[in-house]
Design a protein around this ligand. Structure first.
Ligand SMILES: Nc1nc2c(ncn2[C@@H]2O[C@H](COP(=O)(O)OP(=O)(O)OP(=O)(O)O)[C@@H](O)[C@H]2O)c(=O)[nH]1
Ligand SMILES: [Mg+2]
Length: 317
């Protein structure tokens, strides 16, 4: 057996070390990872991906932890990926991991891993998507992707999920109007966490008012689910809401078209990152970019010709 297929076999069997090694390869955009994912792809398509996003400290990690526990009770295997685009070392996410690990120690049915920003090309959304495929192949039926923040990176990351949870808490800046419009659009379910705090009712009213302005997508009106993650309250209801959304997606509208749309987006992202990688490969490529930028800044070259030259250099034009 070739090493790569041996590696794939191990992953299909859920071998933790093989999975960890694959995630590192994915993070480094190594060609091994691509070979591996090609072999694994036929074994994917079974996992359900739930993305969890929201401002820092809203309780995402606690929610993920408790939701994972709900799934484990049903004997569903779970994969958790915590992505922190804000920190190169993923301090917050790793800390969250340690907390989570305590509750699930010794449970081989759950796999938890953090990822942080790598490389100047970003590519974090792509790495996350690849890790999700890997966990899918490894037999995790529920894959939970936690990402902190409210920026474009996070939107890109959660967009790959089948179901997106947006977490809000009472009293955070108080004004829901401050919430990024983008988040409002991507949320399939709104989680009102820390519902034990003052202002939960008011926030729920505001949320409903705001959601009533948004026209339903494929007949789905995002529900608001109240939770107190630390006390394990509302988690069964949250799991039920996710299940309901899943059923709705499977039965409403043109399911095939939605899957094709999804892969069209993924292919576009892959194409984009591949092209960038080709053009700006390694230190040399970065030096070329810097030199081109310098030439344009000094008005020695126009930006259009500079881009043409970069493309020519990469043999993609
Ligand atoms: N009162 C209350 N506190 C909560 C609740 N859920 C989480 N917390 C607390 O809120 C703090 C932040 O929780 P995390 O789960 O780490 O939040 P997070 O959104 O993952 O944080 P980052 O990953 O750093 O953005 C912790 O101290 C939790 O114990 C809740 O429902 N009620
Ligand atoms: Mg967290």
């Amino acid at each position: 057996m070739q090493p790569a297929s041996e590696w794939a076999e191990k992953i299909l069997a859920g071998d933790v070390r093989a999975i960890s090694r694959a995630i590192t390869a994915i993070e480094n955009h190594s060609s091994d990872a691509e070979q591996l994912l090609k072999q694994l792809f036929p074994h994917t398509g079974q996992a359900y991906l739930t993305g969890i996003t929201g401002a820092p400290g809203t309780g995402k990690s606690t929610l993920v932890d408790r939701l994972a526990a709900v799934y484990r009770k049903r004997d569903e295997r779970v994969g958790v990926v915590a992505v922190d685009p804000t920190s190169p070392y993923s301090g917050g996410a790793i800390l969250g991991d340690r907390i989570r690990m305590q509750g699930h120690a010794g449970d081989s049915g759950i796999f938890i891993r953090s990822m942080a920003t790598r490389g100047f090309l970003g590519g974090l959304a792509r790495s996350t998507a690849e890790v999700a495929l890997l966990l899918d192949a490894a037999g995790k039926r529920q894959v939970l992707i936690e990402t902190v923040g409210v920026g474009q990176d996070e939107v890109d990351i959660v967009r790959l999920a089948d179901c997106v949870l947006v977490v809000l808490v009472p009293g955070l800046g108080d004004d829901i109007q401050n919430m990024k419009a983008g988040l409002m659009e991507i949320g399939d379910i709104f989680v009102l966490n820390k519902a034990d705090r003052d202002g939960a009712d008011r926030l729920e009213e505001q949320l409903h008012a705001m959601l009533s302005l948004v026209s339903p997508r494929d007949g789905w009106r995002p529900p608001v689910v109240r939770t107190v993650a630390t006390e394990n309250r509302g988690l069964t209801e949250l799991a039920a809401a996710i299940e309901q959304f899943r059923k709705h997606f499977e039965t409403s509208g043109d399911r095939q078209k939605k899957h094709i749309d999804h892969w069209q987006n993924r292919l576009l992202e892959l194409l984009e990152s591949r092209l960038l990688e080709k053009v700006l490969h390694g230190k040399e490529g970065q030096a070329r970019l810097r030199a081109a930028a310098t030439a344009v800044a000094e008005r020695k070259q126009d930006p259009f010709s500079a881009v043409e030259d970069l493309l020519k250099g990469a043999h993609v034009a």
